[in-house]
Write a protein that binds this ligand. Structure first.
Ligand SMILES: [Zn+2]
Length: 559
């Protein structure tokens, strides 16, 4: 919003900011073109919630949380898209008195009159967060003006790399400029919002586009029915897939560069009863260089891992469900130990990130090159360290044991709930207990949890009930915070994720327990009694430190 003298004055009057602070922030807002509210929050002068509150009372309008189900599609057509984007307003619904409209800041009289004239009705404004209004515009309008606004910054364009054959293909003619721009904006939007995946899901009459951000799906857009197929075709062309093949699932990759970063989009189509669905996994190749220290390990866990990585042979195993960050941890470990003196080979299904100085082999099931045969061939290449994407069958497990026993350090992943369970899983797969005893060095169980957005998190006192849920006695003190809502985090209250771990070294006592039929309970008891810190307790530490919320660990971490 433009700088509003009256609003600024009201902040002073309410004692929310000091005169000097206001002056500094106003200068910065003028210089950068940013909203005064954002600058005040960024400078730490004021919290976002209080500013919205003050704006609501200054404007004399109600504040509401704008959700998609409040919006009546019939009202959307009353305000053209370019006006909605430019003024950041969203029509909500018609009432007898006029058009209810979500605003995100003060509208001057001219603007208000212009919108009212276009709509042909008096306006009944309510104040909403800008992020909510923007999300609604993106969801309910076709997209042309939004695309223009989003891609307006100079240099903010997507460059498709070597797979880009569309330009020379005759097929490109079926794709109109509007579709090209829309696809670009969907991709650019996803990267900007740190999404890991883009989902395009056809429904009876339209198609829904969702981004997965920090592990949670977020509805971003409804594509009108007639745009769904062209959008999917455009993406298939970019991924060098056959656009005529709509009955079989297809896989492909789009290589692109955006804002100086190389990004791979791994494309998978899914034929549904309503047409072709699509999931695009976003792989930002700059993340291949991830460092162990960035992942959220405690100091003592880090020491155990470093000791494991220094072992001349054996297994370092990472466990957790899909999407728990296991692969990232593996890459971080490889980055830590990668040097010119040791040969590192990886066998992956598929290779997602390209690592410098490391030999990466993709699994190719279609020609019977699974983990086990590839691992056998890799052993003949004289490696020091091998990463095997996953150990899930007896054959792979046996070759992996053989690799470890012949002097290789082997990193791999499994799917279990916690670290102790890995030992039993290996025996279930078919590794003899005396080999398990011999080869396993360190087990890391992990989950990812969202971190509270530092721009809007709010301190609070947890209820005795919440403390009980955490397993903490009443009166426990800590820096408890709960999520707020601001533009930076799209109103979710969370931003980025951190790992929470359970790191278990193989000790003599645990080795002694390794025998057929050993109950899991016994292994757990021994591990925890020897100081292995349960994942849940590590998660609670992060709540007490204000890094995440009670609700988030309840959602993401097993008890
Ligand atoms: Zn926030």
């Amino acid at each position: 919003m433009a700088y509003d003298e009256g609003y600024a004055g009201s902040l002073l009057e309410a004692g929310l900011v000091g005169k000097d602070q206001l002056k500094k922030a106003a200068n910065e807002a003028g210089r950068s073109g940013d909203d005064l509210r954002d600058v005040l929050v960024r400078f730490g002068y004021c919290d976002a919630e209080a500013l919205e509150e003050a704006l609501g009372s200054y404007l004399g309008v109600d504040r509401i949380k704008l959700t998609p189900d409040m919006i009546d599609r019939a009202a959307v057509g009353l305000i053209p898209e370019d006006v909605a984007v430019e003024e950041c307003v969203m029509p909500i619904r018609e009432t007898e008195e006029g058009l209810q409209i979500a605003i995100s800041g003060p509208l001057d009289d001219d603007t208000r009159e212009k919108i009212s004239f276009t709509a042909g009705r008096p306006l009944l404004p309510v104040l909403c967060l800008r992020s909510e209004v923007k999300a609604a515009i993106r969801r309910f309008y076709a997209g042309a003006a939004m695309v223009e606004a989003e891609l307006a910054d100079e240099g903010d364009t997507i460059e498709y790399l070597d797979s880009y054959r569309a330009g020379s293909s005759a097929e490109v003619e079926v794709v109109e400029d509007q579709i090209i721009d829309l696809v670009d904006s969907l991709i650019a939007g996803a990267i900007k919002e740190r999404a890991s995946d883009i989902h395009i899901e056809p429904t009876l009459e339209s198609a829904v586009v969702r981004y997965r951000v920090d592990g949670i799906l977020r509805h971003v857009k409804e594509l009108p029915g007639d745009m769904h197929e062209p959008v999917v075709s455009r993406l298939k062309i970019l991924a060098s897939l056959d656009i005529a093949e709509r009955r079989h699932p297809l896989d492909g990759v789009i290589f692109l560069r955006y804002r100086g970063r190389d990004v791979d989009l791994r494309v998978a189509t899914a034929p549904t009863i309503y047409g072709e669905g699509m999931v695009l996994r976003i792989l930002d190749q700059t993340r291949a260089g991830v460092q162990l220290t960035e992942l959220g390990f405690s100091k003592s866990d880090m020491e155990i891992i470093m000791r494991g990585l220094a072992e001349p042979f054996g297994f370092i195993l990472s466990t957790g469900p899909t999407g728990s960050g296991k692969t990232t941890s593996m890459y971080a470990m490889l980055n830590k130990i990668s040097n010119e003196e040791r040969k590192i080979v990886t066998i992956e299904d598929p290779v997602e990130y390209r690592l410098a100085g490391i030999n990466q082999l993709p699994v190719r099931h279609e020609i019977d090159l699974g983990f086990a045969p590839l691992l056998r061939s890799v052993l003949r290449q004289d490696p020091n360290i091998i990463l095997v994407g996953e150990i899930r069958d007896e054959e792979t497990a046996h070759v992996a044991v053989q690799a470890a026993l012949t002097g290789h350090l082997l990193l791999s992943t499994l799917h279990t709930n916690d670290a102790p369970e890995v030992l039993l899983r290996l025996m279930e797969i078919g590794i003899e207990y005396f080999y398990v005893r011999e080869v396993v060095k360190v087990i890391i169980a992990q989950r990812l949890m969202r971190k509270l957005c530092t721009g809007c998190k709010e301190p609070y006192e947890p209820t005795p009930h919440e403390l009980a849920e955490l397993g903490m006695p009443e009166g426990t003190t800590g820096d408890f915070f709960k999520p707020g809502a601001c533009e930076a985090c799209q109103g979710t209250g969370y931003m980025d994720r951190t790992g929470v771990f359970e790191v278990m070294p193989m000790t003599e006592e645990i080795k002694d327990l390794m025998a057929p039929e050993v109950p899991l309970r016994k292994v757990r008891e021994m591990a925890y009694s020897q100081g292995v810190r349960k994942m849940w307790l590590n998660a609670v530490d992060k709540v007490l430190a204000g890094e995440t919320s009670v609700a988030e660990i309840m959602r993401a971490v097993p008890r």
